[in-house]
Structure formats: C-alpha cells, structure tokens
Ligand binder design. Structure first.
Ligand SMILES: Cc1cc2nc3c(=O)[nH]c(=O)nc-3n(C[C@H](O)[C@H](O)[C@H](O)COP(=O)(O)OP(=O)(O)OC[C@H]3O[C@@H](n4cnc5c(N)ncnc54)[C@H](O)[C@@H]3O)c2cc1C
Ligand code: FES
Length: 505
C-alpha cells in the first residue's frame, strides 16, 4: 500500500466493469457423451483462443467452462493488449538471455496482431481499439530503467521508443512507448470467441466443471453429468488441474485490485503502467456514454489475509488526485499465476504426456501471453513448427529468477488470523474466520442475517488451510489459488471438489 488514505466504506459496486457491461450468456451444460478431436478445459482467453484456432484449422473441439464466460481471470483483467509488459525485457534478458527475451517479445507482439485480425475476420464487437502503451517513470529514480527497457526492446525488434512526451494528465519523467498496441472489452471478446467455437460439430459448454482427465486413447474428460472423449486435451484452467501438483512448484498465484472511476475527459489513446512502486496500471474506456479510468495495482500473494479496503482506497485516491475522478463506480480483484522463472508454460501437461497439454503461468499478461501460448499449442497439434515452443516448453529446466510484478503484502497490512473470532458467537455479521477445535479447522462465516455457514477449512486440492477474503466473502487458499464460496463450493481451481459442510463449532 502506498498513498495516505483513510479507508472508509468501500466505494462502488463489487463487480468487474467488463462483466457489468457485457450481456449474459446461456450456453448449455454438458450432458451425455460427446466425441471431438480436442477437448479444451477452461473458457478464458487461453482456452477459447486455442479452441477457435483449432476449429479454424479443421478440428472439432469441445470447451468445458466451469462457470459463465468471463467469470474467471480474463473477465477481471485491465484489458491491455500489448507486448510491453512493464520492464519485462530487462528481467528476461537477465534471467534467460537475449534470445529468450526476443522470442517472448515477438510472440506477444504476434498475439497483439492476431487478436486484431480475429476481431476483424470474425467480426467480433469488443471495443478493440489501437492505443500506444507506455511504461512510465513517475520520477527520476525509475528513469534509467525505463530508458534501458526502451533501448533493449527496440533492439529486440519491438515497436519501442523512449519519450518524455507522455499523454498523462500529470507530469512524469519519461517512458517507454510501444506503438500499435491495443485494448479490448475482454468479456465481449471471449463471448465472441465462444460464439464462433460453438456449432458445426464443435461445442461450448457453460456450468460444466471438468472433474477428471484420463490420458489414453481417447483422452477422457469427465464432468458431473457428461464425458468428452477426444484425441487430445488442453487444460486451460488458469491454474491447472490433473497435473499431479507439477505446476504448483513452478508458479505462484498473485492477486491485484482494480477500481473503475468515471472521469470527465474523453478516453486517452494510450494505456499506461508505472515502472515505479507503488505500481499503477491505467486504462481509459468509454462504455454506455461514460468514460471510465481503470486504476489497478496493490498486488500481493493470493490467499494472504489482506484487508482489501485500504488497497482499494489507495487506488480510488490515485484516480481522484491524478485524473480528477469523482468516485468509484466498480471495484474488483483477481489473481493470476506468476511463473517463478518469469516465462509462461505451454506444452505437455505431464513430462510423459502425449495427448494432454496445458497453458499456465501467464504472469498477469495473459491477454497476449495466453493468446501466444494457445496459438503455439494449436500449431503443435497441427504438426506445424512453431518458433516459440522452446520458450514456453513445460519440460524446460527452470532458473527461478522470480520476476513477480508488484510487492508482496506489506508487514502490518495483513489481518492477523489469531485476532479473529475463536468462537462463532464472536463472529460479526459479514465476517469469517477459521476456528480450531480438537485438531480440526472449520471455516466459519456469519452472513448478514446472522446465520453461520461452516465448512472444512482444509483445501480439497492438497490440504492447505484456507483464509477468509472479506471483499469477495470467499475462502481463498494461499497455496495454489483455489477459492470457495461461503458454503464451500469451488469457484476457482485447481481444486475440483467442494469443501465439505461441518457443524458450526
Ligand atoms: C488485476 C489483473 C489485471 C490484469 N490485466 C491484464 C491486462 O491488462 N493485459 C493482459 O494481457 N493481462 C492482464 N492480466 C492477466 C490476464 O487477465 C490473465 O493472464 C488471463 O486472463 C488468464 O487467462 P486464462 O485463460 O488463463 O484464465 P481464466 O480467464 O481464468 O480462464 C480459465 C477458465 O477455466 C475455468 N475453469 C477452472 N477450472 C475448471 C474446470 N475444472 N473445468 C472447467 N473449467 C474450469 C474457469 O472458470 C475460467 O473461466 C491481468 C491480471 C490481473 C490479476
Ligand atoms: S490450492 Fe492447492 S492446496 Fe489449496
């Protein structure tokens, strides 16, 4: 956290602007058995991009989405479509060398162009518009880093320049500018992709959680009321399941916050992120006659007991001071998997997998990383050589040169678990805590009507203890990012089983 703010009652609706302004979808659930060439598990940007690319190259596909379109990470994104990922090239060159940094950059720049081309070719209405993207140095301290990133990125063949002419409404020291980047309404984009995937022997299923994946000939993907039999399967569930815990050692879930605040000026033809801390990610968009500023940041490791209110207040304060915003209309948060070595994973799910593949570790830049990884996998399944396969290789040796964006939770910023109620009688309405009795951990939540909801506090994935997320009123697992509602129902994997109910202690 950062600026001096007084965290009063949280402002605005606790809902992603993108979900609030996209129409509802009503794709069917999977019932019975479906046979296709490729089963895709997860209907976010990675899964849907892979599915459409495969369908366009002649495969039949079935996508299984546990929720509704956009309810995963993609529907809670900022919406930048860019190959400028803050200071990624400096980090990647240092940790992986110049060839890997170039490959990462060209893959992401190709993803920018691919998204633009798909929007045109498939006539997807999703507010896609070209915008320059900047990483700015707010003050002189970050200026050398920004200057170095601009030079390196240009050397790698990316559309990069250093500039002191930055179209923000407040002065900054200088910036890297990437031209020809873009922004999108991410939920409308996903809805467009899903509409093009479904039909002619291919399927998009909503409210269909994959519970099991068995490799074999065919690969079997089992859900509660149906099964998909396929030659190949792609696990694109953000944090993978059916990977025998493999990627849990390679990635960490990281959470960030966004506020959307109406502003009086027209949208800028540019998007921004600060090189300095506290990191601020900025985008403007006009929707239904209102111009919104999206201000994001305040990241921390997922599942830590963090009070979101001061973090959101910090972002709201920034929007007011720097952009003259009046108040917050929407606020939300989401988490993405950060690969410890800084490079996403796309390739075989397990070391010996021949027909099961995975995409994960999109490092909070998944609109392009997820697109590039999906296109690489589509090539792999088509037998077409792809120059990014080595970069994303899931069987690579890892260097663990962590490039986690944003600082971890600050000391004093967390809500100590021990101070929480020790009996349900002490729980205030709207609050939750884990209560230990006789060696058993129970996650207890008291709803506003006073009723206590009690479930096991042991995550059904690999047994870590969940913690209460006061903002979303969910139980979040600190280990690999699973999330559950107050009645224990899975809302985000890798867990696939609900937390069982318990008597309230
Ligand atoms: C605050 C924030 C801002 C960001 N802003 C940007 C940005 O501006 N630009 C950018 O490029 N990136 C951004 N990112 C990152 C980007 O949004 C993500 O990397 C990307 O959306 C992840 O896509 P995905 O397909 O992996 O995951 P998701 O969108 O989460 O899709 C996975 C889907 O799988 C489903 N699922 C899970 N388990 C199962 C199962 N067992 N069976 C069936 N379905 C299942 C989920 O419901 C979900 O819909 C941001 C990330 C954060 C945290
Ligand atoms: S998400 Fe892995 S133990 Fe909870």
């Amino acid at each position: 956290m950062s600026e001096e703010t007084t965290a009063g009652p949280a402002e605005g609706q606790p809902l992603s602007l993108w979900l609030a302004t996209a129409g509802a979808t009503d794709f069917p659930q999977l019932h019975g058995t479906v046979e296709v060439d490729v089963a895709v598990i997860g209907g976010g940007i990675a899964g849907l991009t892979a599915a459409l690319a495969l369908k366009r190259s002649g495969h039949s596909v079935a996508v299984l989405e546990a929720g509704r379109i956009g309810t995963g990470v993609t529907g809670h994104t900022t919406g930048k479509v860019t190959s400028l990922h803050r200071l990624a090239y400096t980090d990647l060159q240092r940790s992986h060398g110049v060839a890997a940094a170039r490959s990462y950059g060209l893959a992401n720049q190709a993803a920018v162009e691919y998204i633009g081309a798909v929007v045109d070719a498939e006539n997807i209405s999703c507010g896609f518009r070209r915008a320059a993207n900047y990483t700015f140095a707010a003050g002189p301290d970050a200026l050398p880093q920004v200057r170095a990133e601009a030079g390196l990125a240009a050397d790698l063949g990316l559309p990069s320049t250093f500039t002191v002419d930055v179209p923000l409404p407040f002065p900054v020291a200088g910036a890297v500018r990437f031209d020809g980047q873009a922004q999108i309404h991410a939920v409308q984009y996903l809805q467009g992709l899903a509409g093009r995937v479904d039909g002619n022997g291919s399927f998009f299923f909503e409210r269909t959680r994959a519970l099991e994946l068995r490799e074999g000939r065919p690969v079997t993907v089992a859900a509660a009321d149906g099964t998909v039999l396929a030659r190949d399967a792609i696990v694109a569930t953000n944090v993978p399941f059916a990977d025998h815990g493999r990627f849990e050692a390679l990635c960490r879930p990281h959470r960030s916050y966004i506020v959307a605040a109406p502003i009086d000026t027209p949208p800028l033809d540019a998007t921004f992120i600060s090189a300095d801390e506290p990191m601020r990610s900025l985008l403007t968009v006009r929707l239904n006659g209102v111009t919104y500023l999206l201000a994001g940041g305040e990241g921390h490791p997922a599942g830590t007991q963090v009070d979101p209110a001061p973090r959101q207040a910090s972002l709201a304060h920034y929007a007011r001071v720097q952009f003259g915003a009046g108040g917050v209309a929407y606020r939300w948060s989401t988490q993405d998997a950060l690969p410890l070595d800084g490079v996403p994973y796309a390739g075989p799910l397990n070391p010996d997998s021949r027909h099961a593949f995975v995409i994960t570790g999109l490092r909070k830049w998944g609109l392009t990383n997820g697109t590039a990884a999906a296109l690489m996998l589509a090539d792999l399944l088509n037998g077409t050589p792809n120059e990014w396969a080595a970069l994303f290789d899931t069987n690579r040796a890892t260097s663990r040169a962590a490039t986690a964006p944003g600082p971890p939770a600050a000391p004093g910023d967390t809500v100590p678990r021990q101070k929480a109620a020790r009996r349900t009688a002490d729980l205030a309405p709207g609050d939750g805590t884990v209560i230990e009795t006789d060696g058993t951990s129970t996650a207890c939540y008291r709803d506003p009507a006073g009723q206590v909801h009690a479930v096991s506090a042991t995550c059904t994935h690999l047994g870590c203890t969940v913690g209460f997320n006061r903002e979303d009123r969910t139980w979040d697992c600190p280990c690999h990012g699973s999330r559950f509602d107050v009645d224990g129902k899975v809302i985000q994997g890798p867990a696939t089983e609900d937390l069982p109910g318990r008597p309230a202690p």
